[in-house]
Design a protein around this ligand. Structure first.
Ligand SMILES: Cc1cc2nc3c(=O)[nH]c(=O)nc-3n(C[C@H](O)[C@H](O)[C@H](O)COP(=O)(O)OP(=O)(O)OC[C@H]3O[C@@H](n4cnc5c(N)ncnc54)[C@H](O)[C@@H]3O)c2cc1C
Length: 410
């Protein structure tokens, strides 16, 4: 593969293990059943992947991880991405919710939840979004009120993948409604058996089969020991979670778009029009060229963000760029793939139409692409301020730069 040079041998070995798993262990029939919503759970996937040691690759061996880095995780996740959103979401969820447990959990919480989740024995989900809105995360209205040794949760969460049958949920709730928003939320590990009710499983355009639903918390009693991190301290968790939450789906959607392009490019070397295979028409082969370029650029951005996270540096801007660019680009690549296929691409004879339906979600979930733009410009302006005076004053290179009287700013 073209990007193998970006990986070390031990990173490649794990990537290849996941690639092999995806190639040999995931029957097409299950994917079809998920797309038809006859199956509404990705539990089967974690049950298969867990014993192979390919879930939560970044976490320590003692909890079932492989003590690897972000780069390995995104390379592996790209492979998982080729099977579509719902199954690849099941693949990455232990790596997402596991980040919170690994960084903020007590030893007891890690043993009780992280280890069995990485083994594929427990199925997990994350509940941030509420019916009142997902973008304004800190405006959450689900409450968690302390009562003796318990927190009592009341409220609703919406669009939770795995709502149908997850064993436990990472739930954010207002524990101090009077505090300023960033100091008001706590994070909890909530077992389904504590009393969470599923109110609705949605019919979706794509990403079907993941049991995406609305959850009701009505006086759900959560033991004190299931508070994750500091009381009212979910801001710190949320900040760290933005890396797995956004970087892993970016890698996953690159896998999906790569699959679409492979199908279309192969088709173009067999399908004939006007006595030539259609790859001989530049209108077609240039769509392939544009698509490959977009995918390589998206992957390069993901790898840069992952390397920055591996160095322990603040990767917020790069992660947001990766999420926005990978999802926008993959949408375009899959759209190109459909165009290359002509009419048959619009049918369910080939998987492109499913990829297109799945990919649309990429621009919406895990923070919309508008929210990514908000973060990118915010971080950029901050950096711009810091870099003032450190680099050449290029304004001075203009032909008439000395005409200060022409420089008006308001
Ligand atoms: C199939 C599916 C699966 C999902 N899985 C999960 C899950 O497992 N767990 C979970 O917690 N959530 C999940 N989500 C929720 C998802 O992350 C949210 O839908 C998303 O964050 C947007 O929130 P919203 O739908 O409430 O839209 P809103 O927040 O209401 O936004 C509506 C529009 O306003 C724009 N907007 C809002 N605020 C701003 C702003 N400040 N600047 C610019 N534009 C703005 C948005 O970009 C968007 O275009 C899932 C969603 C779907 C559809």
């Amino acid at each position: 593969m073209m990007y193998d040079f970006l990986l070390q041998p031990e990173e490649l070995a794990i990537r290849d293990k996941v690639r092999q798993f995806v190639k040999d262990e995931i029957p097409s029939q299950i994917l079809r059943e998920m797309d038809l919503s006859n199956i509404e759970s990705g539990r089967w996937l974690v049950e298969k992947a867990g014993p192979r040691g390919i879930l939560g690759l970044r976490f320590p061996f003692k909890y079932g991880g492989q003590a690897m880095n972000w780069v390995t995780d995104i390379a592996a996740t790209e492979e998982a991405g080729v099977v579509g959103f719902a199954p690849s979401c099941a693949y990455v969820m232990p790596s997402i919710v596991g980040e919170a447990l690994n960084l903020f959990g007590t030893e007891e919480q890690k043993k009780r939840y992280l280890a069995p989740t990485l083994k594929g024995e427990l199925y997990s989900a994350e509940a941030l979004t509420e019916p009142r809105g997902g973008s304004d995360f800190f405006g959450a209205t689900t409450t968690a009120i302390k009562n003796g040794d318990f927190f009592v949760l009341n409220g609703e969460k919406r669009f939770v993948v795995g709502a149908q049958d997850s064993d436990w949920f990472l739930v954010y709730a207002k524990s101090d409604p009077d505090a300023r928003p960033h100091d008001s939320i706590s994070c909890f590990i909530v077992e389904r058996s504590f009393g969470i009710e599923v109110q609705n499983i949605y019919h979706l355009l794509g990403a079907r089969g993941g049991g995406t639903g609305r959850l009701l918390f009505k006086d759900v009693r959560v033991p004190r020991e299931n508070l994750l991190g500091e009381l009212h301290g979910a801001y710190a968790i949320f900040n760290k979670m933005m890396v797995p939450e956004r970087l892993l789906p970016s890698a996953g959607i690159i896998g999906l778009a790569r699959a679409a392009l492979e199908v279309a490019a192969r088709y173009s070397t067999r399908r004939k029009a006007f006595d030539k295979t259609i790859n001989n028409f530049q209108a077609v082969s240039f769509m392939v060229a544009d698509s490959v370029t977009l995918l390589d650029a998206a992957r390069a951005l993901c790898f840069s963000a992952a390397r920055k996270a591996d160095l322990g540096q603040d990767a917020r801007r790069l992660v947001s760029e990766a999420k926005k660019f990978a999802t926008d680009s993959s949408w375009r690549v899959i759209n190109n793939a459909m165009q290359i296929m002509g009419g048959i691409g619009y049918t369910s004879i080939y998987p492109i139409e499913r990829y297109l339906r799945d990919a649309r979600l990429g621009m919406i979930w895990t923070g919309t692409n508008q929210i990514m733009s908000l973060l990118i410009q915010h971080e950029y302006y901050k950096e711009l301020g810091k870099s003032q005076g450190l680099t050449r004053d290029v304004e001075g290179d203009a032909l008439n730069s000395e005409q200060e009287e022409e420089k008006h700013y308001g």
